[in-house]
Design a protein around this ligand. Structure first.
Ligand code: ARG
Length: 568
């Protein structure tokens, strides 16, 4: 149990005795003591007694011996100061724990994370960047917490555009198409296909016939389609490799995967009486959704031409994830503009009886990345920015910084550091902002080694590693005395709480914020407390803190998907 949880349990028991029911002691870190519990205030209002009196009684009943001392303060807060022995003990326990105090969940469950989701023969854009980065972090954190996590990339690999894409492939030949796609000129390929479609009626005709062949399962058409998918996938995997995310080929479960389940979905919805014709299409009108005119708003399941679209596929997907994959928590890491679409998918899945407590589905929504002009990010040429170009630029700028700061390192190591710093900067900037907000893509700020950046954390980590290298091993136990040591120890002991919060609330910025606080506390400690120059027992104790700081930063960054080099 983390220090905060331990205090919370002890005070919680006292609260419960007093109130005759469970009460959250509302423990948080405090500027006036180590922690403060605010729970007496709402309880006092409820039982209509003075809050200070309630707080006093809770404190008197609380079993804090050997752990902390408490005192009532202000209008009825309980300030808690951890006893030095308890602090030493907990830091020592953390030091020998590979998990750094983070518990395995008591209720492991099958979790599905839908993320990345690029589209075949279309460039991955910055929206896919955010989804990939945030999804990867959630996969890592939830796995570490002990859940059984499946990542799925819901790739757009089906639909009418494939008619023109396939005809384009036929026109230029498989080899040329494969080359264009796998080197990442997905946009070029897509645009050329579109141009041919718009300018040549014969091409457009062939494209339309091609769609029919594709849907009819024509063997040669399917073979060509597989070329498109495989070559795009090769490119997606190259981007993933650059990004250093956990997605594997097996995690790509494109829209086409659900093709032979669509009819079944329609049949089932119809059997449940949920399907209604509207404008020639088959629709579901889930409760609570209205159009501009205030009338019921449809989710189109089967289009007028008999085809199925994005919505039908998502219905088949959620059904599959619940019924066949047995997922009990399904996270959709998708941009905020698809919020209504997903709410409707969840609503229909609920009305169909698939999505039922304790099974939950949640949209983990994120905002846009803006250019420095505050508008949607565009390249100088005015087109949408390619994700892989952004990463390359970040890495090459990082390389220049590293060459300037650490010319003594060999080129190979410098290149690795540059990659960790460049990619880390982009990821951190993404993960550290409140997800639903838009943020400005500013490489200069992202790549700084000061401020709320990956570079600051990586740099702090490398600095601690260098201290540990110089120390050449240590064997002591912690004995925390100095206020700066104490502040650092409290930050370290809060790591499990931060990880827990991300696992519960799916907000990576809770973890970045924690790691930043830890790095700041370490910097203050390093300024105030000599380590290598201190005499043996103190030196050893401080080295325990250094070692824990390095491990916690490294582990925390790893959960964010960011590499922490030993040297910078
Ligand atoms: N391919 C979609 C896009 O590019 C994202 C897929 C999101 N996931 C889902 N189940 N709809 O917008």
């Amino acid at each position: 149990m983390s220090l905060r949880d331990l205090l919370s349990a002890r005070l919680g028991a006292a609260f419960a005795t007093l109130a005759g029911e469970p009460v959250d002691p509302l423990i948080q870190r405090s500027a006036h003591a180590d922690f403060q519990a605010n729970g007496a205030l709402p309880l006092a209002r409820k039982v209509q007694r003075p809050a200070r009196e309630v707080a006093g009684e809770v404190l008197a009943a609380a079993e804090l011996t050997g752990l902390a001392t408490g005192e009532v303060s202000g209008p009825g807060f309980i300030n808690l100061t951890v006893l030095p022995d308890a602090l030493d003990r907990m830091v020592a326990a953390m030091a020998v724990d590979e998990r750094l105090g983070v518990p395995m969940t008591q209720d492991p469950e099958p979790v599905i994370v839908d993320y990345s989701g690029p589209n075949v023969a279309k460039e991955m854009h910055v929206g896919h960047l955010r989804s990939t980065i945030i999804g990867d972090c959630l996969v890592r954190v939830l796995r570490f917490a002990g859940h059984d996590v499946t990542g799925i990339s819901h790739t757009g690999d089906w639909g009418t555009p494939f008619g023109m894409l396939l005809e384009r492939l036929v026109e230029i030949g498989e080899a040329a198409a494969a080359h264009e796609l796998s080197v990442g000129d997905l946009d070029g390929f897509y645009k050329a296909a579109r141009l041919r479609f718009d300018s040549d009626p014969a091409f457009a005709d062939r494209a339309r016939r091609r769609v029919v062949l594709l849907q009819g399962g024509d063997a040669e058409t399917l073979r060509l389609w597989r070329v498109l998918v495989a070559e795009s996938q090769r490119y997606f995997m190259a981007v993933n490799e650059k990004l250093g995310v956990l997605l594997t080929e097996a995690d790509y479960m494109g829209e086409s995967f659900y093709n032979d389940r669509l009819a079944e979905v329609v049949h089932e919805l119809d059997g449940l009486g949920l399907l209604r014709p509207s404008d020639g299409a088959q629709c579901v009108f889930p409760a609570g959704f209205t159009g501009r005119d205030g009338g019921p708003f449809p989710m189109i399941v089967r289009k007028r031409d008999g085809g199925f679209g994005y919505s039908a596929t998502d219905l088949a997907a959620i059904r599959y994830r619940i019924k066949e994959l047995k997922g009990s928590l399904i996270l959709y890491v998708v941009g905020a503009p698809q919020s209504r679409h997903l709410r409707m998918v969840f609503a229909v899945a609920g009305e169909a009886g698939w999505l039922r407590w304790p099974v939950r589905a949640q949209h983990v929504a994120f905002g846009s990345i803006l250019g420095e002009d505050g508008r949607m990010l565009k390249s100088r040429a005015g087109r949408a920015v390619k994700l892989s170009e952004l990463l390359d630029e970040a890495v090459s700028r990082a390389a220049a910084l590293v060459a300037e700061k650490s010319p003594q390192l060999d080129p190979q190591e410098r290149a690795e550091i540059a990659r960790a710093v460049g990619v880390g900067a982009v990821k951190y900037a993404d993960l550290s902002t409140d997800m639903v907000k838009d943020y400005v893509f500013d490489l200069d700020r992202m790549l700084a080694f000061t401020g709320d950046t990956a570079g600051y954390l990586q740099y702090t980590h490398a600095r601690v590693c260098s201290i540990l290298r110089k120390a050449g091993g240590f064997t002591g136990t912690p004995s925390i005395v100095d206020p700066a040591e104490r502040a650092l120890a409290l930050e370290l002991l809060a790591f499990p709480d931060a990880v827990q919060e991300v696992a519960d609330e799916f907000q990576p910025h809770k973890l970045t914020g924690h790691l930043r606080g830890l790095a700041v506390a370490f910097t203050a400690f390093w300024d105030a407390c000599p380590v290598l120059r201190a005499s043996p027992p103190v030196r050893e104790s401080r080295l325990v803190l250094c070692d824990l700081t390095a491990r916690t930063l490294r582990h925390g960054l790893d959960l964010l998907g960011i590499h922490a080099p030993q040297r910078m």
